[in-house]
Ligand binder design. Sequence first.
Ligand code: BG6
Length: 474
Amino acid sequence: AVPDDHVIVLFGATGDLARRKLLPGLFHLAKAGLMPSSWRIVGSAPASSALSDEEFRQHARDAVAEFGLAEPVGEAWRAFEDALSFGAADAGDPGPLVAAVGAAERAVGGSPRRLFHLAVPPTAFGSVIGMLGATGLAEGGRVIIEKPFGTDLASARALNETVHTVFDESRVFRIDHFLGKESVDNILALRFANGLLEPVWNRDHISHVQIDVPETIGIEGRAGFFEGTGTFRDMIVTHLLQVLGFVAMEPPTSLAARPLRDERCKVFEAMRPLDVRHVVRGQYEGYRDEPGVDPRSQTETFVALRVEVDNWRWAGVPFYLRSGKSLGQRRQVVALHFREPPLRMFPVDARPDADGRGNALVVDFDDPGWISSRFLVKRPGPTMRLAPAEMTFRYTDSFQKAHGLEAYERLILEAMSGDQSLFTRSDGIERLWQVAEPLLDSPPDVQPYAPGSWGPDAINDLIAPHRWYLPDGK
Ligand code: BG6
């Protein structure tokens, strides 16, 4: 269905996220014919970095040229550009923004819906939301809030309270862009559209699960953000635990937003508070020399940890999560490792899985993504010897437009349609901060690791007797 006519207000319009993802994504949506029949985008920022309409258009053109899939040229670009304007806003002086939104609404005609995208630092969420309430701009509108949503339980609760004084929960879209990734969404299809997998998707058959998101990039000049955030808040408590929600949830009664979010929240409810004995915090060598980083910084650039989900399906099945900067490869992988058959019929020397790498189902959810199952076959020849084998599905082999929509594009479209399925909910977020509390209260010291490695040595003890699927599993 085509979303209602919209005026989208982009706070943080001159920031990094708008440049890399949001402006290119909005142009791609427009080019793909997925925007409403009539719409306008109003960029906003504090008066200190205000732009004229023309400067904002130029800013958008540069962003799309640098980061977009489609070049900012031709009729499509001109139409897009015409729909852009700018209105600065400070808490004390929201006048220019209010005027710009009014003008954009008249240009759209009728009574378009407002969508506010808060691509601003978390410290600014409260004041922007207060301003939206005070000016009346919030009325009937929806709000997209970027992560991280709070820094601990108390701040997330306070932020939820602030948000709810202006927007009721049905109009709040807390974004976690991993949930907009095609292959993460596909986990639902994989599990609940196939009779083959769901019957074995539980503690009876699965020995442990790995969710592994190593990155090769460092902090890319984001010291100001990263020093106060760290990998745990930036990646684990947001992205990786949300992916875990998809992997571990019970079948929802339908694919509607409420049952889908209920089931994900139930997984978070069942999580045991983290045990710091099963957490490895790391920091890459050289991090303390980065500009803007405290030379004695204890901020982690790497985390590996064990999560336990105490419910009927998963009791006793550890989930191992890892993410870090400056590691050996960029990958985004879920690996489910299956238990061995009850009887060892094959001579021991015939078992190539003697190192515990038997059956596994691996979902690579980085765009464009693939799924692979690993099993054992008889090696051809006169004796019964086993060899590892693999069956792999690749999006690019099966679908022409393997990419579909980029995560942010998908999520902005869902927000315009009012569908909250792929967004996080206040109770779920608060529960995750509660689960995180022991680690936030007494974080183990950071351990150094070499850039290009896979993290501090302690990660091997963490997962023993199992082994990390990456990098040797491929
Ligand atoms: C962001 C984090 O949310 O996700 C970054 O702030 C991280 O630190 C990024 O690099 C990874 O996202 P993607 O789209 O590259 O998978």
